[in-house]
Design a protein around this ligand. Structure first.
Ligand code: ATP
Length: 503
């Protein structure tokens, strides 16, 4: 399995799908760049999602909200509270400063300790992506952080009371608190310290602290009324969005499965209170079917219903996919109640209500959310498609059997040779079809080599131009999966490619 995963990572690099970010500077941890083929595949996945969610549902519209948002949004969402509250409530700036310094100091130590734990585990188990060990390690680190947090909040109180003896005792306690249990408590624990901070404004004194958004959902919540009023949609209706999110993940070592900069495709569906669980079931099923329609095999998916719910949810499930390292979360479907909109009402002082003409009342809508990681979906599709095959003649080939609609390149135009006018004929076909399909033209190397290269990037069709083409205007069309070749008229190419590769 590890070998399979290693091969996948090197294939992704060798064929221009995914590069480690800043590679010439030895890379940046858990950050990746998409290359020429990766960007095409990713765009096609986005389009496939967008069409299914926005274009095909007359009651869903799409937006594109900014990554930077008002800092209070992360208080309302609950992302900053747990860690910072004891300090924010402390009105004496001098004490606050001291608490801040202590906090920073201990956070740094904590990071160091967490890293050591992780390194130890990695060493013991040889490879970094051994899932069980990492989850356990992560769980232990998070538990440790939880302990630290409680001590720090007590410390802030002692500082306020100027009880320095107590602070000292707490520092000692902080030193000896150690993770020994393996219990996991994701949602609650991971929220507060995973956000990246930055500054808005030029001068240091007046600059405002901002966060890079850890989820795209809040951009939808704060725009709920803007969209509802301008689109004039009645409930139930949805808002969809594709965009970057950032999380300073503690353990981010499973290639693009868990990144620090990633993309989410989310849809928040606003419904009347009391109807949310029906819509929750409906969206669970719809999203599951959407995944199945990709054709990666029903046996590779399963639901995982959550028993332990985040503070904002009254029902939640994951759609899990069988990655090379086992079944793991691909998409989350959450019934988020009116938690977010109510919290924003409270923090902004603005009403976020909807007038329901049928019920003749104003209320804060409930929300059912579907949230899928674009990069995770990319990994699911890519890992499922990559295959080594032994052919009838005993030779081997590596083929990327991507769903044709998602393939980065739809057809490769391959004149047997450039001379004798074959090259020009190929260019003519290329120019004729390029408005409709992303294609490649190649006239170098043996035809066998060129076929293999196209197999490796998942191109569904190879179109070969030979001397007969010049007179009978037919070409050889090779199918990526069956490798069968047939003679077809140049005039039919557009229709044939379109039939196979449209959504
Ligand atoms: P996990 O438990 O795997 O960290 P999560 O429950 O925190 O995920 P959500 O906050 O529900 O995830 O985000 C929705 C989706 O966003 C996830 O299902 C996943 O596909 C994707 N996602 C979340 N974190 C990351 C990440 N660090 N890198 C890539 N994709 C991510």
């Amino acid at each position: 399995q590890e070998d399979v995963f290693k091969k996948l990572i090197s294939h992704a690099k060798e064929y221009g799908f995914i590069f480690p970010s800043s590679e010439i500077y030895d890379g940046l941890s858990a950050i990746y760049d998409y290359g020429q083929n990766g960007a095409e595949l990713k765009n096609n996945i986005k389009q496939y999602w967008w069409k299914a969610m926005v274009q095909m549902n007359e009651n869903i519209v799409g937006i594109d909200s900014a990554i930077f948002m008002h800092p209070t949004i992360w208080k309302a969402s609950g992302h900053v509270d747990a860690f910072n509250d004891p300090l924010i409530d402390n009105k004496d700036s001098k004490k606050r400063f001291r608490a801040d310094v202590l906090l920073e100091d201990y956070c740094a130590k904590l990071e160091e300790k967490a890293q050591k734990e992780i390194d130890k585990a990695a060493k013991r188990f040889g490879e970094a992506f051994n899932k069980n060990e990492f989850e356990t390690t992560n769980g232990r680190v998070l538990e440790y952080r939880e302990k630290q947090k409680s001590i720090l909040s007590r410390m802030a109180k002692s500082l306020e009371a100027e009880d320095l003896a107590d602070v000292k005792a707490l520092i000692e306690e902080l030193e000896i608190a150690d993770p020994d249990t393996g219990s996991k408590n994701w949602t609650e624990v991971r929220q507060f310290n995973l956000m990246f901070g930055t500054k808005l404004g030029a001068s240091a004194d007046s600059a405002t602290d901002l966060y890079l958004r850890p989820e795209t959902a809040q951009g939808i919540f704060v725009n709920f009324l803007n969209v509802q009023k301008t689109s004039r949609h009645k409930l139930p209706f949805g808002i969809a969005q594709i965009g970057k999110a950032f999380r300073n993940e503690i353990v981010a070592r499973q290639f693009i499965f868990r990144m620090r900069e990633f993309e989410q495709m989310e849809m928040q569906f606003f419904v009347p209170p009391g109807t949310e669980l029906g819509f929750y079931e409906e969206w669970k099923q719809k999203r599951f079917n959407w995944h199945l329609a990709l054709g990666l095999g029903e046996e590779n998916y399963k639901f995982h219903d959550h028993e332990k719910l985040a503070h904002y949810a009254n029902a939640a499930a994951d759609i899990e996919f069988k990655f090379p390292f086992g079944f793991k979360e691909l998409e989350g479907i959450h019934s988020r109640t009116d938690f977010d909109l109510k919290a924003h009402e409270h923090h902004s002082g603005r009403k976020l209500q909807y007038f329901d003409a049928e019920r003749n009342e104003n209320y804060v809508p409930y929300v059912v959310e579907t949230s899928v990681g674009l990069d995770r979906l990319f990994l699911a599709i890519f890992s499922n498609a990559l295959k080594d095959e032994v052919l009838e003649d005993g030779s081997e080939r590596t083929v990327l059997s991507l769903p044709p609609a998602l393939a980065p390149v739809k057809a490769a135009i391959l004149p047997l040779m450039k001379k004798d006018g074959l090259g020009e004929y190929g260019e003519k076909i290329f120019n004729d079809l390029k408005f409709d399909f992303n294609m490649i033209y190649e006239d170098k190397d043996s035809i066998g080599k060129r076929y293999r290269r196209q197999d490796a990037i998942g191109t569904p069709f190879c179109i070969t131009i030979d001397h007969d083409t010049l007179t009978d205007h037919t070409v050889t069309l090779r199918d990526r999966d069956t490798m069968q070749q047939e003679r077809v008229a140049v005039a039919d190419l557009r229709r044939i490619i379109d039939e196979k590769t449209n959504f």
